[in-house]
Design a protein around this ligand. Structure first.
Ligand code: GAR
Length: 202
């Protein structure tokens, strides 16, 4: 496993800045991610900066914009076409801000991975994305938070946990400061490692 012949074909789904996509591409350059290769980046809107990061690396990109496509069904059909065209084995949600339907996730059992910016089962589920988990963590006054990488099923943030890493909350943290620390100390490390592990075991 892990040789060029058996590399799994990975699609990374993004919506915004794409720092987790960057971490995955860097891990590929360093050989940390070697059992899989990112061959497609799918953005949920045309202005995601992640698209530029992918283009700079020469990775194929696609945009599936629900607002333009009109419905969840049309959105997922557009995505499925791209996945098929690129012969994708594994989907990685890296800051993807759209929920995928049960119809979609059922077609990819333990073949979709997500990174969540909290220690599941804390600060997760519907509405808990982006900055919201960090706002909630600070409101609750927890002293430790972190990130989770998990498989995606029909329950938001409900699939089997693959990896977690804890990060300390510090005096004076704002949601933005905490978000950045969780990314640096947890997400950008555990996501590439988990993707490698999953690809190596597929
Ligand atoms: C990351 O913190 C990621 O964990 C979170 O959004 C941010 C995206 O940043 N994802 C979610 O909340 C999804 N439930 P990025 O675009 O720079 O990778």
């Amino acid at each position: 496993m892990g040789d060029a012949m058996s590399k799994k074909r990975i699609a990374v789904f993004v919506s915004g800045g794409g720092t987790n996509l960057q971490a995955l591409m860097d891990a590929q350059d360093k050989g940390i991610l070697h059992s899989g290769e990112i061959v497609l980046v799918v953005a949920s809107n045309p202005t995601a900066y992640a698209l530029e990061r992918a283009a700079k690396k020469g990775i194929a990109t696609a945009v599936a914009w629900k607002r333009e496509l009109g419905s969840q069904e049309a959105f997922e059909t557009a995505i499925s076409k791209e996945l098929e065209a690129h012969k994708i084995d594994l989907i990685v949600l890296a800051g993807f801000m759209n929920i995928l339907s049960a119809d979609f996730t059922r077609q990819w059992p333990e073949r979709i991975i997500n990174v969540h910016p909290a220690l599941i089962p804390s600060f997760c589920g519907k509405g808990m994305y982006g900055l919201a988990p960090h706002v909630a963590a600070l409101e609750k006054g927890v002293k430790v938070t972190g990130a989770t990488v998990h498989f995606v099923n029909e329950i938001p943030d409900g699939g089997r946990i693959i990896a977690q890493r804890a990060v300390y909350v510090e005096e004076g943290d704002t949601p933005e400061i905490l978000q950045r620390r969780v990314m640096e100390q947890a997400e950008w490390i555990i996501l590439p490692e988990a993707v490698e592990t999953v690809c190596a075991n597929m």
